[in-house]
Ligand binder design. Structure first.
Ligand SMILES: Cc1cc2nc3c(=O)[nH]c(=O)nc-3n(C[C@H](O)[C@H](O)[C@H](O)COP(=O)(O)O)c2cc1C
Ligand SMILES: O=C(O)C(=O)c1ccccc1
Length: 388
């Protein structure tokens, strides 16, 4: 194995032919660049969060309250970042978080992301609110690993139809997002009166669904489009769901299930009691409850609550390889990253997303290697210390 991470090697070598990476390698720089590329509405949608955006800031600040404590002389010649999560082999403990409406960032949207994910071998989690249908995205993703994220609609038959389609299209694990049965108070979107769905973006999985079509009198055309959009609004989320409803999901999905949006240890225990395989500690990137606890601060309590009874994953605020390492040290088996790859998509389509994924992977590998960690399983509380 080279002493450099693959992507780092490739970048330095390409410099000998005077080529530079097409995008910044510090992923925290992408947001400002994407702002110049995107419409004010699309940028506000992705960069914005709920309310005063205090939780979005807290997500980032929480990483700053931990410091990595590197260890030396541990034979770092062989290292291996691969993990297996909910039955899926991953070259690194990083997944692409579900992001809806990706065509507002680039015309190829989820198709470009699916190709970039397949090229790196990282797992894509496809949103129910995607701008391309799950079947089209599966085709673009090819042999790449993919999971399906369910926004659990009011209509149970529609939910079952989504699950059956996802299974048939090769999505192997189910992520059920619990924190967004309705969108939060999001001032950036409200101030621009911008909601992508009302413009027909992010509804591909609904409009292509036979159960949905039956409910709106057939395939969606100019004639029933307004009705279809109203049906979408009425059906998107179900505020009446309780823990008891998870039995229904278990009956209709025979693969692994992870609940996304868990922040309280007691909810994590309930998930285990309900037979769930995984928990994703997340506050939706600060986009739902403004003032909610930083996701990283919620992580240790959830990890302690579930022990080895479920797989704990993490998202909200991951921007660098060192962020990934800290979340793993605090007990996550893998992390999901969201906005950085949306910015990559905005800046360079498939190539932009691939760049982001490769940067994150290389930076993680170097962070671990230079800290004396050859594989993710070695990470534990010892790896980090509270910042003074
Ligand atoms: C534009 C945008 C759209 C999103 N759409 C979804 C979605 O459809 N389903 C979902 O479960 N989470 C969705 N999320 C939340 C992400 O999956 C993830 O939890 C969050 O953004 C992670 O924080 P990060 O952006 O700081 O990495 C979305 C986030 C953004 C920024
Ligand atoms: O914007 C979001 O955070 C989100 O989760 C969402 C919800 C519905 C449709 C698309 C995205």
């Amino acid at each position: 194995m080279s002493s450099l991470a693959d992507f780092q090697n490739e970048i330095y070598l390409s410099g000998l032919g005077d080529a530079l990476p097409g995008f910044p390698t510090d992923l925290t720089k992408l947001e400002a660049l994407a702002e110049r590329r995107l419409s004010a509405q699309a940028f506000g949608y992705v960069a914005g969060s709920a309310g005063s955006e205090a939780t979005a800031r807290a997500n980032r600040e929480a990483f700053g309250r931990w410091r990595i404590v590197p260890r030396m002389l541990r034979d770092m010649a062989e290292r291996d970042l691969s993990v297996e999560v909910l039955g899926t082999a991953m070259p690194a403990p990083v997944l692409l978080a579900p992001i809806g409406v990706q065509s507002i960032f680039h015309p190829e949207g989820e198709l470009a992301v699916a190709r970039a994910a397949a090229a790196t071998g990282l797992t894509m989690v496809l949103s129910t609110a995607a701008s391309y249908s799950m079947e089209d995205v599966a085709e673009a993703n090819g042999d790449g690993p993919r999971w399906y994220q369910l926004y659990w609609p009011k209509d149970r038959d529609l939910a079952v139809s989504f699950l059956e389609r996802a299974k048939a299209a090769g999505y192997t694990a189910l992520v059920v997002t619990l924190d967004t049965f309705t969108l939060a108070w999001r001032p950036r979107d409200l101030d621009q009166a911008y909601l992508p769905f009302l413009r027909g973006i992010g509804v591909a999985n609904y409009f292509s669904d036979p159960v949905f079509q039956r409910a709106v009198g057939g395939p969606v055309t100019g004639a029933n489009r307004d009705l279809a959009l109203m049906h979408w609004v009425a059906n998107f989320g179900n505020p009446s769901l309780t823990w008891d409803d998870l039995v229904f999901l278990r009956e209709h999905w025979d693969g692994p299930i992870a609940l996304k949006g868990i922040q309280h240890p007691d909810d994590a225990r309930r998930a285990v009691d309900a037979g769930m395989d995984g928990i994703i500690v997340s506050n939706h990137g600060g986009r739902q409850v403004d003032g909610a606890v930083a996701s990283l601060d919620a992580l240790p309590g959830v990890v302690e609550a579930v022990g080895d009874q479920a797989t704990v994953l993490f998202d909200s605020g991951i921007r660098t390889g060192s962020d990934v390492a800290k979340a793993l040290a605090l007990g996550a088996k893998a992390v999901l990253v969201a906005r950085p790859y949306a910015y990559g998509l905005a800046l360079g389509g498939e190539a932009g997303v691939r760049h982001v994924l490769r940067c994150l992977q290389a930076e993680l590998e170097l962070t671990l290697t230079l800290s004396g960690v050859t594989r993710p399983a070695e990470l534990g509380p010892d790896f980090v210390a509270p910042a003074p």
